[in-house]
Design a protein around this ligand. Structure first.
Ligand code: OFO
Length: 182
């Protein structure tokens, strides 16, 4: 009787696949939240903020897709997340960007936890893949922190909110320059 040879079809552990699918969910939530924020901003006349957030929603979808492709290429199965509970209305423009900052910090923490796990399990391919996200989060936190700062620097009284909206529209370029990422 010939011995049956079992060919391994995956290089990703089940545990890592679960963690990466959770990250897909987070990126999907980011995309949906930023789309909702963009729409609220546009409905309130904050044109620059709306454009920034529409672009950001697209970027987040791109992040989600990167992880889809990575999981499947490594022999796993990426899952389309069920996204619910998105906030649709905001008290102020400032609240929108405070929410962005809080959310980005939680995304960074989640990425860091997966990086940590990849090292502990000697999954160097995933460790390497995640370095792009580590850099990206640095840029995104810079953008969100600066956004919140702008409200204090300019002040919301008088034409302040209009000016703030104009400055928020320049943030993508600012964050790219300061972080040195793109
Ligand atoms: Fe995907 O970088 Fe923000 O969340």
């Amino acid at each position: 009787m010939t011995k049956q040879v079992i060919t391994p079809t995956r290089s990703l552990s089940r545990e890592m696949e679960i963690l990466l699918n959770k990250q897909i969910m987070m990126e999907g939530e980011s995309s949906a939240s930023y789309l909702s924020m963009a729409s609220w901003c546009e409905s309130q006349g904050y044109e620059q903020s709306a454009t920034l957030l529409y672009n950001h929603a697209e970027e987040e979808r791109g992040h989600m897709l990167k992880i889809f492709r990575y999981i499947n290429a490594a022999g796993g199965h990426a899952r389309q997340p069920e996204i619910t509970g998105i906030k649709h209305t905001f008290q102020s423009l400032k609240e929108v960007f405070e929410d962005v900052l809080k959310h980005e910090i939680s995304v960074t923490e989640s990425i860091n936890d997966i990086v940590d796990q990849s090292l502990k399990t000697k999954d160097f391919a995933t460790f390497n893949f995640l370095q792009w996200f580590v850099n990206e989060q640095r840029e995104e936190e810079i953008l969100a922190r600066r956004a919140v700062e702008i409200f204090t620097i300019i002040g919301e009284a008088g034409v302040g909110l209009w000016l703030i909206d104009q400055e928020l529209g320049k943030l993508e370029a600012y964050a790219a320059k300061v972080s040195g990422v793109s």
